[in-house]
Design a binder for this molecule. Structure first.
Ligand SMILES: Cc1cc2nc3c(=O)[nH]c(=O)nc-3n(C[C@H](O)[C@H](O)[C@H](O)COP(=O)(O)OP(=O)(O)OC[C@H]3O[C@@H](n4cnc5c(N)ncnc54)[C@H](O)[C@@H]3O)c2cc1C
Length: 435
């Protein structure tokens, strides 16, 4: 898939032909231009490779796993075998200096199917948790264990939300108490809606070490595979992404070694001391972590929206009423034009935020949140419009746009609801505590 029309550009992104002549007449050396939206050869190769997997392996399996509402282990195994699922692959995608490869990979995979896509990439939530809070040694120890091996793939889970603490994570009640004699942490509480919760080999858990400090008293822990006291609770029956496993996780006197505190005890003690003295927090760092991860989630939503757009475009070109193709009616054609425009706009916001994150720019206007907000809402709107274009067929489970619409809805809820994204953006642009 080519997302950018490159007919007027050389492979290095410089224009050719009439455009180049005009620029030259103005004394502009186009080959000096650093700005380009053209993908590199590497990015295109990865895009085509993931697209092939999404088209040949993921999409044909989508309906079956959605109906079964079970975790698609055989597909995750296939992804591991071809090297798409594993820490080396994630490291390679992250290494891209432009920041675009990871969103591109996510868009293609979720174009195939979002439920299976989340089953394959839900682990990256746990990896992001380890990456943002862990020491280099902890990353080396735990990230590979989140993925397992190509012959025996595993998954990771990130558990922050609780029944009474979703948007408001500061309200979480899970506690972690330090047993100094044994150098162990003891965790107690209930986590809710955890992607891969209970089936993961590694769980990353956010718990409170000092309730009085609210969010500043939180710490992140790794629960090693097979730890006693960490059990799956009820599996959640969902509206969409039904192949992805979502469940409560119960922590009952769950004892883990002291070394499982991400970042280490010394760093935690310093953080708590600063908070108790009322000194400024590193809230900016936490916000930056969200801004970095949100474009990836946005890219997944773009993938779903594009899948629904492409399907409904083809359908509208085939389906006839009153002796003509339905696309010949402006109302249908204009809807498709708007869908294409909105999806491209969402992708550009995603790419901008991904590029900003990778190149160390400040998210002064919460550009990461903007990208996720726009992409999530475009996905919900486009998939709903796709159902409308397919009419009665669109409403049935025999056609995929109905599933895509159910899948899209989660993108206005998890990783920060649309309201929370608007809150973050409005606070960033105003500098005020908007409530
Ligand atoms: C399928 C699925 C997978 C998930 N995976 C994970 C996971 O892997 N790990 C994890 O930790 N969590 C996960 N979650 C939880 C998810 O992140 C939360 O559901 C989400 O953050 C919303 O929290 P809530 O459900 O408690 O809603 P609430 O916080 O109760 O919000 C309810 C409504 O009130 C609005 N609202 C709340 N506060 C404000 C405010 N201040 N201003 C304006 N509006 C407000 C919200 O936008 C929303 O519309 C998952 C959830 C689902 C459904």
């Amino acid at each position: 898939m080519s997302t950018v029309d490159s007919t007027t550009e050389k492979s290095n992104g410089a224009p050719e032909g009439d455009v180049a002549d005009e620029m030259s007449a103005l004394g502009i050396d186009a080959s000096e231009s650093k700005f380009s939206l053209e993908l590199s050869d590497d990015q295109r190769d990865i895009q085509e490779w993931v697209h092939g997997f999404a088209e040949q392996t993921v999409r044909p399996a989508a309906h079956e796993w959605d109906e079964k509402e079970e975790f698609p282990w055989p597909i995750v195994q296939e992804a591991a075998k071809i090297g798409l699922y594993g820490f080396e692959a994630i490291a390679q995608f992250w290494a891209d200096e432009s920041g675009l490869t990871f969103p591109i990979v996510n868009e293609e995979l979720f174009w195939g199917d979002a439920g299976i896509g989340m089953s394959i990439f839900g682990t990256t939530l746990a990896v992001a948790g380890i990456y943002s809070a862990g020491t280099p040694d902890q990353m080396v120890e735990w990230v590979p264990q989140c993925f397992g091996t190509p012959d025996d793939p595993k998954v990771g889970a990130f558990c922050a939300s609780e029944p009474d603490a979703g948007s408001d994570v500061s309200a979480l009640r899970t506690t972690a108490k330090y047993d100094e004699g044994k150098d162990e942490w003891v965790l107690n509480g209930q986590k809710a809606w955890a992607t891969n919760g209970g089936i993961a080999s590694v769980h990353v858990v956010i718990a409170s070490v000092d309730r009085e400090l609210g969010a500043r008293g939180h710490a992140a822990f790794v629960i090693p595979p097979g730890t006693k006291g960490c059990e799956q609770g009820a599996k959640v029956k969902k509206h969409g992404i039904r192949a992805s496993h979502t469940a409560d996780v119960h922590l009952d006197d769950c004892r883990i070694p002291g070394s499982c505190l991400l970042g280490g005890k010394e760093k935690l003690d310093e953080k708590l001391a600063r908070a108790r003295e009322g000194k400024s927090s590193k809230g900016q760092a936490a916000m930056r972590t969200f801004e970095l991860s949100r474009p990836t989630v946005g890219a997944q939503a773009v993938g779903i929206a594009r899948a629904a757009y492409e399907y409904s475009l083809e359908y509208a070109k085939e389906r006839e009423t009153w002796g003509r193709k339905i696309i010949e009616n402006q109302s249908i054609a204009f809807t498709l034009a708007d869908m294409k425009m909105e999806i491209d706009a969402a992708r550009l916001l995603v790419w901008r935020a991904a590029w900003m994150g990778r190149t160390g720019q400040d998210f002064n206007n919460a550009e990461g949140s903007m990208s996720k907000l726009k992409a999530g809402e475009v996905a919900v709107w486009s998939t709903e419009r796709a159902i409308q274009i397919l009419g009665g067929n669109g409403y049935t489970r025999e056609f995929p746009v109905e599933r895509m619409h159910r899948d899209a809805k989660i993108y206005t809820i998890f990783e920060g609801t649309s309201e929370i994204q608007r809150l973050v953006i409005s606070r960033a642009i105003s500098g005020m505590q908007i409530k």
